[in-house]
Ligand binder design. Structure first.
Ligand SMILES: *Cc1c(COP(=O)(O)O)cnc(C)c1O
Length: 374
């Protein structure tokens, strides 16, 4: 019996015991043993995206947002103009960062859960030659929608513009091939599909592009060019690295490869999604998105239309049964989210579904087929 809750959250998430155990020793941040771990991690991450020959991997301390901000602050010049494809909180966050940097930004705002249409993106780019960059959120974790990355990347490349991908919650599980899908930068972090613990993000950047970015970033700590340059020169992170987190990530990568890498991980997450969705639908819950847009990362369920339901009561009932769920992040409708990622296998999904059924009863929702009629 585990003495900690299952995290049905999209990072931090449930990690393996062996990943946690990898943190039970100390590392010198200057030491060559630690430097080798950093180098191996970066090489492996590049290989996952088939980007070894074209891109470099730069790790950045902090949560994923620090890596997004470092990327935008380092790659974009003051003359840049960026189109942000926005359909949720993380698109909004990227736009906020750009506005804070004082860079010209235009939005294609699809609201809470509609995907951006590649044809419309093509039209926007054709109509405005000043747009130099496009930002896309790969999986918009706030609704769980899987955005059409391949189609968007194709129109951005055809228009001769640069693509920056926030693939925070998707990279590692969803396939990305840098030789087929051109991108300037792809951003992700330790505590999502690679199933590490939180503490750093990383960016795969096209090498020829990063080479041009010396001195551009106004922030000292977020300067991705400097971080890369120093790493290349010394093998070390510029400032104190999260040593234990990095060691845990190295172990997480081992387990990732043992599971069959990206295809293996995707298969398990898809199975988790399919079992969660069908089990929840049997209980009467309704997904926000049509099946075609449901990602194998996280799923948004509409809150039951029953006065007996409140998110906080449901959360507490689930917590008592050992499962931490995630609040919704939609502006229009009440919802909650269940993650498919992390160390969740059939037994854990069964536990989650049983906890949901019991929690519905504990809240005395009108019937377990609660939540239908809407
Ligand atoms: C998790 C996540 C981030 C980063 O969030 P942090 O809280 O800073 O780690 C950014 N974009 C997406 C799509 C995410 O899922």
């Amino acid at each position: 019996m585990r003495n900690e809750p299952l995290l049905l959250t999209p990072g931090p998430l449930t990690t393996s015991l062996t990943v946690k155990q990898a943190m039970l020793r100390d590392w010198g941040s200057w030491d060559s043993d630690f430097n080798q771990i950093t180098a191996a991690i970066c090489q492996q991450l590049l290989a996952v995206a088939n980007a070894v020959d074209t891109h470099v991997c730069v790790p950045m301390q902090g949560s994923g947002t620090f890596a997004v901000e470092a990327t935008l602050a380092t790659l974009l010049s003051p003359q840049s103009k960026t189109l942000v494809l926005m359909n949720g909180a993380y698109g909004q966050r990227a736009a906020r960062i750009l506005q804070g940097l004082g860079h010209e930004t235009v939005l294609l705002d699809m609201g809470d859960y509609l995907p951006p249409d590649p044809e419309e993106v093509a039209l926007r780019l054709a109509a405005d030659p000043q747009i130099s960059h496009v930002v896309l959120i790969h999986c918009e974790t706030s609704s769980g929608i899987l955005n059409p990355l391949e189609a968007i990347a194709a129109v951005v490349a055809a228009a001769g513009r640069e693509l920056i991908i926030d693939s925070m919650s998707a990279f590692g599980a969803l396939p990305v091939d840098a030789q087929q899908l051109p991108f300037a930068a792809l951003i992700s972090s330790a505590n999502k599909c690679f199933e590490g613990v939180p503490g750093f993000g990383f960016v795969l950047v096209r090498k020829t592009l990063l080479e041009q970015c010396k001195g551009r970033c106004a922030s000292l700590s977020l300067d991705l060019y400097d971080q890369w340059h120093y790493l290349q020169k010394t093998g070390q992170w510029r400032f104190t690295p999260p040593t234990h987190v990095v060691a845990a990530f190295y172990q997480a990568l081992r387990e990732y490869h043992a599971e069959g890498g990206q295809p293996g991980r995707l298969a398990r997450y898809q199975r988790n999604r399919d079992r969660l969705v069908s089990g929840m639908r049997e209980l009467g819950f309704v997904t926000l998105l049509d099946d075609a847009w449901l990602s194998p990362i996280i799923i948004t369920f509409l809150s039951p239309d029953d006065p007996a339901f409140s998110f906080s009561a449901f959360y507490q009932a689930m917590k008592q049964r050992g499962v931490l769920i995630y609040p919704g992040k939609l502006t229009e409708v009440e919802s909650f989210r269940l993650g498919c990622i992390g160390q969740l296998h059939d037994a854990e999904i069964n536990q989650v579904l049983a906890a949901v059924a019991e929690s519905c009863q504990a809240l005395a929702l009108s019937s377990p087929e609660i939540c239908l009629e809407r």
